[in-house]
Design a protein around this ligand. Sequence first.
Ligand code: CP
Ligand code: NVA
Length: 310
Amino acid sequence: MRAEMRHKDFIELHDYTADEVHELFELARDMKKDPKKFANALQGQTLAMIFEKSSTRTRVSFEAGMFQMGGHALFLSARDIQLGRGEPINDTARVLSRYVNGIMARTFAHKTVTDLAQFASVPVINGLTDLSHPCQVMADYFTAWERFGDLKGRKIAYIGDGNNMAHSLLFGAPKVGLDIAIATPADYAPDANVVAQAKEDAKAAGTQMLITTSIDEAVRNADIIETDVWASMGQEAEADKRHRDFEGWIVDPRVMSLATKDAIFLHCLPAHRGEEVAAEVIDGPQSVIYDEAENRLHVQKAIMYALMKQ
Ligand code: CP
Ligand code: NVA
């Protein structure tokens, strides 16, 4: 079986090579086509899923994915485990490693996930942090790969907040050969360190990268248009200010008309119709949001298989 990874963890797409990402895509495609072939792939294994934030897709797709491969997933709300009462991350990681075969974590601080990875002897998967959301971007680019085939020379435009999604899209684009343009309001640009690192990766891969405050400039000739919420989880206190600052930052039919005519629309969900995206777009013929959501399951099964298969 392919997709044997040299990595212990799945924390950031930056850590993976283009070949490794491609192998994961091929494995995910095989798993999607014939899930029964992998029915015992992780038999008897347990995945601990730590959640500091809410989730629908991540929780359900990881849990269903483990079950489909003969394993079991354990939902651990940070509110209920001792981590939430201040038990150190290193003790949590070391203890969990004695019981389970992998840990998936959704946290506020990115360091919580990297610390878990440092101290756990089992694989750790980033299920979203304030900094990044690599499992989602694997699903997003896999969805584009299914639609367009080789992504070399294609372009993605992301419109909106320079948040965890923007960061992972930036890290992932050079790995799949995509040119990328990110348009944000001036005060909401992506993290400077992420941009600098992604720029180096793009240069090495020979792909284009643009950070701009112009929606029109970003979207021109794009094959993939993506957006995300104006206020992410943990930014509830800023929601009113963000609603004022993001006024007009909407992917609507005019914006879609600037892209290529067979462009697809992506959104990690949950979405706010009438805010970052118009209902005509997200519910229209170019939208592939439900394929994208389904593909979380397939790419994460491939990731778990690659990291956890014994
Ligand atoms: N896109 C995503 O990660 O969704 P959830 O917050 O529902 O897991
Ligand atoms: N940027 C969003 C993504 C949700 C899946 C958030 O962090 O809330």
